[in-house]
Design a protein around this ligand. Structure first.
Ligand code: GLU
Length: 300
């Protein structure tokens, strides 16, 4: 029952975050995100006659005749699946579509694969997915197994608490505050390493942490503020984001290690595609209150 309420509610925040395009859809009662804005053609073109010399991932995509992308699906505004309509929306999902378009593949040729934070590197190493776009922070330890294109977004770790909580920032975390985050994520690692003595609860996905917070089982949820802002909007009046970001999370596109040709292709897309990046940001996060400029693409 709880789950049903949650999923139905996520649609509402998705509508809020997508307010700009939803207003333009001219389709009263249309599902969140089910507007013209979700059509690829408005944001970017589907490339033709693409060739990427020396990319094993691109060779595999061409042999298959389609792209398999790893995503999140419970993070409103970033990576979200509306289970009633089957529609996927969010900044990350549109970045994934933009990349697919640059490779010559449109919506009908994309298979989205939900993969939890803890399973991302393995899915890429196994070749289960061609690339991953889902609030995936670039870190040195992850780079031992995979490569990243980007960064394409920057945010920082924050805290989500109940509206009546006394917690105002990370300085208030203590032995009496149970903090929930996701297994295999950078925020849970940060709490364990730098906030010793603060009890933690872990789940596979952030929506489970939010449920635990609503039920009073934990005192805070911690992850990237960009993610938490979506949940705070969903539960306005019940949950709030507090404090300043206390880490820097630079989002990259997860790729097979050593596929320099594909990494170069995506980095060039990001570098040359500032207008498209902005249009994707405005469509998905423009109404959220998040203000972020497109970061410069790093070479490494
Ligand atoms: N950006 C952080 C990470 O990559 C937290 C969000 C997530 O788990 O996807 O671990």
């Amino acid at each position: 029952m709880r789950k049903t309420r949650f999923l139905a509610g996520v649609g509402i925040v998705a509508a809020g975050l997508l307010g700009l395009t939803a207003c333009n859809s001219g389709t009263p009662g249309a599902a969140p995100g089910a507007s013209e804005g979700s059509s690829d053609e408005e944001l970017f073109e589907i490339a033709s006659d693409v060739s990427i010399e020396g990319s094993p991932t691109f060779d595999r995509i061409q042999d298959r005749g389609g792209v398999v992308v790893g995503v999140k699906e419970d993070q409103p505004g970033l990576g979200f699946l509306d289970v009633t309509t089957g529609e996927r929306t969010g900044f990350d999902v549109d970045i994934a579509r933009w990349i697919a378009g640059s490779l010559g593949y449109g919506e009908d040729d994309i298979t989205f694969q939900p993969i939890a934070s803890a399973n991302r590197e393995q899915a890429i190493v196994n070749g289960d997915i061609d690339y991953y776009v889902g609030t995936y922070s670039i870190t040195d330890s992850r780079k031992e197994q995979i490569d990243f294109a980007g960064p394409y977004f920057v945010t920082g770790q924050g805290l989500l608490v109940a509206e009546d909580s006394d917690i105002t920032g990370e300085a208030d975390l203590s032995a009496d505050t149970n903090v929930c985050s996701v297994t295999g994520s950078t925020p849970i690692q940060n709490i364990k390493s730098n906030f010793p003595g603060v009890p933690t609860t872990e789940f596979d996905v952030y929506s489970a942490c939010v449920e635990a917070l609503l039920n009073g089982q934990v005192d805070a949820v911690t992850t990237d503020q960009a993610i938490l802002i979506g949940y705070a909007a969903l539960y306005e009046g019940e949950l709030k984001v507090v404090g300043e970001p206390f880490s820097e999370e630079r989002y990259g596109v997860g790729l097979e290690k050593g596929d320099d040709a594909l990494r170069e292709h995506i980095n060039t897309l990001f570098t040359d595609g500032g207008e498209t990046w902005q249009a994707i940001f405005d469509k998905n996060l423009g109404a959220s209150g998040i203000t972020v400029d497109q970061p410069a693409v790093d070479a490494y």
